[in-house]
Write a protein that binds this ligand. Structure first.
Ligand SMILES: [Zn+2]
Ligand SMILES: [Zn+2]
Ligand SMILES: [Zn+2]
Ligand SMILES: [Zn+2]
Ligand SMILES: [Zn+2]
Length: 245
């Protein structure tokens, strides 16, 4: 059940209302971006421009994740020191789930809740703790998101497509900044044509390349929806750019 209005200790002066965000927002709990357009999943104080992800406003006091079998996570509002999310590799700047081990694991509330499988239009994607052998992320072209961090990724059941959660976050944030000054919405330009040619067997056969790209876009759309909600504008721009080459 969703509460349409809540009181939250992080913003005691006003009641927060559950809304569908109309534009990207920055969560005042975890300090990560929020993006679930058209879905009622953001608690807002309009007057103060204060926002909380649903995941941040309504946390579980203790949580478990199948990737960390021995860890019990507690929701923490203020962590000490510099911490990094073990899923996406981004800094922990606010609310976080942290485990009880001495060398603790950290997960952003939204990363904790990432879907394990994504389905759409005949494509199935699995959330992976690390990139499977023989694959690499199509955005950063490597297995790990950082030297010392593998980072989670989504892989397709056909074994051809793989993107780090971190890389899809970057991708959309880069384009979001650019997009804000224009009215073209968010533009996403991946994968590039050379990759597509290479992946479709180094043939310049237009049909094969297009098939590869079309599926790649589908894969990305699914991952973007899992992380940020379902920004329809993005998909449209992708397609236009692709076919206007
Ligand atoms: Zn948040
Ligand atoms: Zn307020
Ligand atoms: Zn642990
Ligand atoms: Zn994270
Ligand atoms: Zn990557």
């Amino acid at each position: 059940m969703k509460f349409t209005e809540i009181e939250h200790p992080s913003h005691p002066q006003h009641t927060l209302t559950l809304v569908s965000a109309q534009e990207p927002y920055s969560c005042d709990g975890c300090k990560q971006k929020g993006f679930r357009l058209g879905e009622r999943s953001c608690y807002e104080c309009k007057q103060c421009n204060f926002h909380l992800h649903e995941e941040c406003a309504m946390p579980e006091s203790s949580a478990f994740h199948p990737f960390f079998k021995t860890c019990e996570f507690k929701f923490v509002e203020n962590v000490q020191g510099e911490r990094r999310c073990d899923a996406c590799g981004k800094d922990v700047l606010g609310f976080v789930y942290q485990c009880q081990h001495e060398n603790a694991c950290d997960l952003h509330p939204c990363c904790m809740k990432l879907e394990r499988t994504l389905n759409g239009d005949g494509v199935k994607l699995y959330l992976r703790e690390k990139v499977s052998s023989g694959l690499k992320c199509l955005k950063c072209k490597s297995k790990n998101v950082a030297k010392d961090l593998k980072g989670w990724s989504y892989e397709s059941n056909c074994g051809q497509y793989c993107y780090h959660v971190a890389c899809v976050k970057d991708l959309i944030l880069e384009n979001w900044k650019k997009g804000q000054t224009s009215d073209t919405g968010l533009q996403i330009m991946v994968p590039n044509m050379e990759d597509a040619v290479e992946q479709s067997g180094r043939s310049k056969n237009g049909k094969k390349v297009n098939k590869y790209l079309t599926k790649a876009i589908l894969v990305l759309k699914l991952i973007i929806s899992a992380i940020f909600g379902d920004p329809i504008g993005i998909a449209v721009v992708c397609f236009e750019q692709l076919f206007s080459r």
